[in-house]
Design a protein around this ligand. Structure first.
Ligand SMILES: *[C@@H]1O[C@H](CO)[C@@H](O)[C@H](O)[C@H]1NC(C)=O
Ligand SMILES: *[C@@H]1O[C@H](CO)[C@@H](O)[C@H](O)[C@H]1NC(C)=O
Length: 204
């Protein structure tokens, strides 16, 4: 009961803040589920960091939702983006100007390492999700409160590895010495995962 009251307060607060917006029943339901699934306290849907077993990405920002093997909030969906804007959870859909891929030198991020076989571990972990490109991972970092570092990489798991990139976000910068997650987790199909194309970019 307390759980639902908290949701109603969140929605009501958003309504007061935005004044003009009134949600219909569908919008209110999606809004409630977003405020539960994408909040700071649960690392925006990914409370178990990507180097621990049982982890699962919290969101998808890209153009190929057909590749997803689980259902995730889609951050290119206009209704979801509108509601996230309303809810003020510290997590928004990316806004233009968007980053290019491959990234250019003057896009606000500095390359720290690239093409490595380890992914970053750190206490300052914020959230992780899936994207199509490194530029989209930068876009996400710009849309999450306190984000200063991105670690995009391919987590090669299962027999038909997903082409999507894992996008792991942190509040502090990290060097290659923190990229100590080399995979090694047994997957549901019995294969062992490994990391390729891992890169680190720190906000300028
Ligand atoms: C509620 O809003 C959604 C999206 O904004 C819209 O697609 C839907 O038709 C609306 N439903 C009703 C019953 O008005
Ligand atoms: C990336 O690393 C792999 C494995 O070490 C290597 O085979 C490949 O040539 C590297 N690619 C680039 C662009 O450096």
């Amino acid at each position: 009961m307390r759980f639902f009251s908290a949701l109603l307060v969140t929605v009501a607060t958003a309504l007061v803040v935005r004044g003009a917006a009134t949600l219909n029943a569908t919008e209110a339901a999606i809004s409630s589920s977003l405020s539960v699934s994408l909040n700071k306290g649960n690392n925006y849907g990914a409370p178990i960091p990507p180097w621990k077993s049982g982890c699962s990405p919290g969101w998808y920002y890209g153009d190929h939702p057909d590749y997803l093997q689980i259902s995730l909030p889609l951050l290119k969906d206009s209704l979801i983006c509108w509601l996230l804007d309303l809810l003020q959870l510290g997590f928004l859909c990316p806004q233009p100007p968007y980053h290019q891929s491959p990234p250019s030198n003057n896009d606000g991020y500095k390359l720290v390492f690239y093409n490595y076989s380890g992914a970053v571990e750190g206490d300052d972990y914020l959230t992780y999700g899936l994207v199509d490109t490194v530029g989209e991972c930068m876009d996400m970092c710009d849309s999450v409160d306190g984000c200063n570092f991105i670690n995009p990489y391919h987590d090669v798991n299962g027999k038909n590895g997903s082409p999507l990139l894992t996008c792991s976000l942190f509040s502090k910068c990290h060097g290659i010495e923190d990229a100590i997650n080399y995979g090694g987790q047994t997957q549901p199909d019995g294969s062992i995962d490994y990391i390729t194309d891992s890169a680190g970019y720190c906000k300028d």
